[in-house]
Design a protein. Structure first.
Length: 359
């Protein structure tokens, strides 16, 4: 988990509440879509979900805490897939991302699918690991399945805050039965610190009562779907069904039972390698800009004008943008160049040959 330090920032959701988001590394943007997260806990030796950092090597990884979780506004309780899509939209706009790839798992797959279908001009690729389009209540569940779900949700809400993680482990055992006990305990501790038991139940209900199959049919970007053959949480048939709904999707069957493979699972390395290869197809890397980092076309234009000595208002007028949009582009430029102010960014840009048309 070594590497560049992540920068945590805030943006506003459409309802005015605060969403925490982070940016780490440089290269083509990869956004993790999840309903519940904790960007503060994502990196380091005790990281609960190291898969995303492994996949995002040589990329700019953008993550965020959905409303009601992590460092975002915890008072939010109107949990829904629609609001999760709105969270994602607010973050990518704040990060100044014009085009990017999305990576998601069961917890955020429905939101990722919905956003990709609605914004084909912005989502370049999508990776779904253990994902699904229709929740349990849209799969004609048996009476036993419904009873099991209700018992699980009741146990989570009642026992979420207990110092002994017995009730929280029930959830992890169904999602990650092959993970080591250490991995399961690390995940329960991370999740407990991320949100409340009440909101956790709402997340599960929102997913189980939502069906985005119609949206999946309208996804236009290249999509990779990886799914465990023996997954207890999300049946393998649901992964196959999703691959059939998304046009020309690539399907990667995984051996094992974990919804998302942990490092102790042999499928972990299979997913990392396959996802990296998928994302690198057609990747332009540093785009020959002389900076050694990947900039979007718009970021390149903004940096060029910065190097010419224009201020934000002048850049906005030159490009036909709002001043706020220019500021949103400058933030990721600083991150990618590993600088903390405008002066240092201009120095790096001019050293790379930018700004030569300045007066």
């Amino acid at each position: 988990m070594s590497g560049p330090k992540q920068a945590i920032r805030y943006c506003q959701a459409t309802n005015g509440m605060s969403i925490a988001w982070s940016s780490r590394g440089s290269g083509p943007a990869l956004v993790l879509c999840s309903m519940v997260w904790n960007v503060e806990r994502e990196f380091g030796p005790n990281c609960a979900f190291p898969l995303w950092a492994e996949i995002a090597e040589a990329r700019r990884l953008v993550m965020y805490d959905g409303l009601g979780s992590g460092l975002s506004d915890r008072s939010f309780e109107d949990i829904s897939i629609e609001n999760s899509v709105a969270d994602l939209a607010a973050v990518v706009d704040a990060a100044g991302l014009e085009k990017f790839a999305i990576c998601s798992s069961c917890m955020g797959a429905q939101a990722a699918i919905s956003y990709a279908a609605a914004h084909p001009d912005r989502v370049e690729k999508m990776v779904l690991i253990g994902g699904f389009s229709r929740g349990l209540m849209h799969r004609q569940p048996t009476a036993k399945q419904i009873a099991q779900r209700e018992l699980m949700l009741e146990a989570l809400e009642i026992g979420w805050d207990d110092p002994i993680p017995a009730f929280r482990l029930l959830d992890q055992l169904s999602a990650f039965p092959q993970a080591t006990l250490e991995e399961q305990l690390r995940m329960t501790e991370m999740l407990q610190s991320t949100t409340s038991g009440r909101n956790t139940v709402k997340y599960f209900r929102a997913q189980s009562e939502t069906d985005v199959s119609s949206q999946a049919r309208h996804v236009q970007c290249p999509t990779l779907i990886a799914h465990a053959r023996e997954s207890a949480r999300i049946p393998f048939d649901e992964g196959c069904r999703l691959a059939g709904l998304i046009p020309n999707a690539q399907f990667l069957p995984l051996d094992g039972k974990d919804t998302v493979p942990t490092p102790s699972n042999p499928a972990f390395r299979v997913v990392v390698d396959a996802t990296r290869a998928f994302l690198q197809e057609g990747d332009l890397g540093s785009a020959g800009n002389g900076l050694g980092v990947h900039l979007t076309p718009r970021e390149g234009e903004v940096l060029e004008l910065m190097a010419q000595g224009l201020d934000n208002l002048q850049i906005a007028a030159h490009l036909g943008l709002s001043e706020k949009t220019v500021r949103n582009h400058i933030t990721p430029i600083f991150d990618k160049l590993s600088v903390d102010n405008r002066g240092r960014a201009i120095v790096k840009a001019r050293e790379a040959g930018l700004g030569l048309r300045r007066a």
